[in-house]
Structure formats: C-alpha cells, structure tokens
Write a protein of this length. Structure first.
Length: 415
RNA sequence: GUGGCCGUAGCUCAAUGGUAGAGUCCCAGAUUGUGAUUCUGGUUGUUGCGGGUUCGAGUCCCGUCGGUCACCCCA
C-alpha cells in the first residue's frame, strides 16, 4: 500500500525531527507569554465557507459524515479561533495571546515546501489595536526562528501594510469596493510583466510604473514607523525590511501584513500573517468586535531551511543526539545473573535513568556495540564480580568496580 | 487543475532490445568478559502498476499511479 500523496510517515528519526520543531515553537511562544489552545480537527464546512466565500472549498479535504453533515479537515485555524473567542470573549482578559500547533490538511498538488498535511504554529493577539501588538507579533516570529539557530543572514521579515496600499489607492481615486481586486493586482505585479499589470490597472487609471515605484519606496508609513522603532529598541531591527510588495492573498487582512523569507530565496515563505481587525465581527455576525492579528509558520519549509543552514543543522543534530541517547546500558555478562541485572535495571529506571538491556542472551561484544549504538553514556556490566558491577564510561573507556547497591549514587546529582 | 523530467533491492545507483547487478544497510560468524577497522557468509526484487510491439522488454510504444520541478494557488 502506498501513502496518500502529500502525506508522511514519521519513523522514529522523522518523528524526533518533527518534535524538535514543535517543542521549540512551544518553548519560544510560551517565553513570549502566549498560551496554548486547540480545537477540533474536523469542522462543519460552513465555518470555512463563511470567511472565504467558498473560493477555498476546492482545496479542502471534505466529505459527508454518517449523519449527513458536510464536514472538512481543518485547513487553517483562524475561523476556529474566531469562533472560540467570540463565544467566550468576556471570559478572557485582553489582550489575548494564544498559540496553537495544529496539523492542517489542504487538498493541493504537493511540491517543495508544500504537502497535503503539515503542522503550523499559529500565534494570535486579540483585543489590542496598538502598534505595540504588531511589534510584539513580529518579535516573536523573529525569536521563533532564532530559536532554531537561524540569524539575520538566514532570514528576513518583509513588513508591509494594506493600509498603505488603501491610501495609495484612495489618492488615485479608487473606490473602497475595488480595493481587493487592486490588492490582487499589486500582489502579482512583481511576478507579472509590466504590460499585463498595466492592462489590469487601466480601469483604475493607474500604471504599473506607479505601483512599482511605491512598492520599491522603502520608507515606513506613519503606521509602520512605531513598529520599526519598537523592534529596533529590542535589537531586532536588522531582521526587518519595509517591503510593500507584500500584500498577501486573503481578503480579510486590514492593516499590517508581513511574510518571512529565507535570504537565499530558495524556499517559499517561512511564515506570514498580519492584522485582521474586522474578522471576529464578521465571523460572529457583529456580536464580538475585537481587533486581532496573527501569523502562521509551517513545519515543511522551516525543516528545509534548517537542513540547508549549517548552524541550524548542527543545533538540530545536537538536540537529536540528546533526545535519543540512553543514559545507561546494563550488560549481562553472565546469564545466571539476569535476575540481579533485572533488579538493577528496575532501580535505575525508577530513579529516572533512561536504561536499556538485552532482552535475550547475547555476546558481550554485541552488547557493548548495542550500548554504543543507543548512545548510552554508561555501561554497567553484571557478571562474575557480583555483588560488585563494572561501571564503564563508554566515551573514555574507563572502568571501575562498584558495589551494585552503590550504582545509583553514581547517577545522583552530586550536591 | 495544466505542462516538463523521473520511477530497478530498505537506501544510493548500474545493466547495447538478449541469464537483473554493485555499493551501503541489516543479520550471523571469525571473536565463549568489551565497542573500531577488516575478513567470511546470508536475507532482500511481480524492474511502480496494466496493456501493446517483438523470437525475446528494466530498455521501445500507450495508458495509469506515484515522485519532482514550473505554472495556478497559497488560509
């Protein structure tokens, strides 16, 4: 049987790599005061139709359940978050700083950095309109990536704003109802030939040159300046560039938007997000109106970049080695001593030592080889010397005899 | 969803249209109380799948599934 396209098996080594990413995400998010939440993997399809107007339904894993409900595997978290917050908004002190690490499912053709199943860290701040919240969000993005050993030379946050483009569009005489169409044109202006952009902009009385000129003006607007100042005060200014080419595809963004890219531009976006001040109101039919902003960061592109960045790769490998290493391997040199060895194994495990031993009789050399492969730091040999055992530090090959009862003391922290 | 390239052992890859191979990994032994190297032996295949051409197909043709890259999209 083959895997379904775009889905992954996680063998122990893959699972450890995945957990490294998830644990690092959780650790940094908590450091910033974000608290973890989660929701259902399966949702009624209307939840996703409401926001997107059905455009994204073609990329959902959806089906009809046995109760005739039309359901979908979650492709994103923002609708669920909006529903949850809107339902119990008064229970939470503002601003809310919530994160989650959900597995998402999207029915798309897979390619580099994009699968049909993936994990994505989501961090959201709700109930805070101040630019301080925007800066806090960008700061946590930066520190999340720094947490993997990535630095200023490895990635950059491209900071932009829908507001800036709204004002640009209004100055040119554009109507608010045409804004979204205009954003879509701007979003593609960098990739499309100027003639094509000119043609699309003609109805608004604009030219590709005007749009590209503004796009390349790196001066911060009054909205973005305090965010930059905040990040500079934190010492994170070097990670951020103003770049009005970032518009993002979705209709619901209202203000600051940003995307994070690797400097070499080999990968697709590492993370992306922005403000969606009107979305909660939209999702709750006006019952709840909270300003909000957030971003998502997927595991697939991030893993690619870590593997291609030596310092980050080294940090990952060190973590993996620590993660899988056994503390102690008990070598049973004489099968007659197996009961005593089992007792020792049990005591070591009770004391919290990661302990392994041969389940069946095996040659000594084989057992040491196994101990080595398991990454054990210490081998304890049980044999003729009982009630003494031989304690060997595998890295240095030093051995010493110790009374079996005293072995545990070797592993206690010496205070 | 559209198009280019690619599918041979668990992995990396060979094989002019003529008997499917090597390295690696794994297992065992050399070595009955010590890890490396080395040496010896061993397991592993419906050549992705299904048709077709041919005396004969891993090889050529068609289809299909999967992978990959680009486009579309990117919550």
């Amino acid at each position: 049987m083959q895997l379904l396209p775009g889905f992954r098996d996680f063998y122990p080594d893959d699972c450890a790599r995945r957990n490294y990413i998830l644990e690092t995400w959780r650790s940094v998010a908590r450091r910033y005061g974000f608290v973890e939440f989660d929701g259902p993997v399966l949702e009624p399809i209307e939840l996703y139709k409401k926001k997107s107007g059905g455009e994204l339904v073609g990329q959902l894993f959806d089906f009809t359940d046995k109760g005739e409900r039309h359901v979908a595997l979650r492709p994103e978290m923002t609708p669920t978050l909006a529903r949850m917050v809107a339902a119990r908004e008064r229970d939470f002190k503002k601003p809310l700083k919530w994160f989650c690490v959900p597995q998402f499912f999207r029915y798309e053709k897979q390619q580099r950095g994009r699968l049909r199943e993936f994990y994505q860290l989501n961090c959201d701040i709700l109930g805070e309109p101040s630019p301080a919240a925007d800066a806090e969000l960008v700061a946590v993005v930066i520190d999340l990536l720094r947490g993997f050993g990535l630095g200023e030379k490895d990635f950059v946050v491209r900071l932009s704003s829908r507001t800036a483009w709204q004002e640009f569009f209004a100055r040119a005489g554009g109507q608010p109802e045409d804004e979204y169409e205009f954003f879509q044109i701007v979003d593609k202006a960098e990739r499309n030939p100027p003639e094509k952009t000119d043609a699309a902009l003609a109805k608004f009385g604009l030219t590709a040159q005007q749009v590209l000129d503004f796009m390349r003006s790196k001066t911060a607007t009054a909205e973005l300046a305090p965010i930059l100042a905040d990040l500079t005060a934190r010492g994170l200014g070097g990670f951020v560039e103003i770049d009005y080419a970032i518009v993002r595809g979705l209709a619901y963004y209202t203000g600051v938007v940003f995307e994070v890219f690797d400097r070499s531009k080999n990968e697709r976006a590492l993370a992306g997000g922005g403000r969606y001040d009107k979305l909660l109101s939209l999702m709750s039919d006006g019952k709840t109106d909270l300003p909000a902003l957030g971003f998502g960061m997927g595991d697939v592109v991030l893993a690619n970049l870590i593997n291609d960045t030596p310092a980050a790769k080294a940090q990952l490998d060190a973590w993996l080695a620590r993660e899988r290493a056994a503390d102690v391997y008990v070598v049973i040199a004489k099968e007659e001593r197996r009961p005593e060895a089992l007792a020792l194994v049990q005591r070591l495990r009770d004391a919290g030592q990661r302990t392994d031993f041969p389940l069946t009789a095996a040659k000594i050399g084989k057992q040491f080889q196994t101990a080595e492969q398991l990454g054990a730091r210490i081998a304890v040999l049980v044999g003729d010397e009982w009630p003494q055992v031989k304690v060997k530090t595998l890295a240095t090959r030093e051995e010493q005899f110790i009374a079996a009862d005293a072995v545990l003391a070797c592993f206690q922290p010496s205070t």
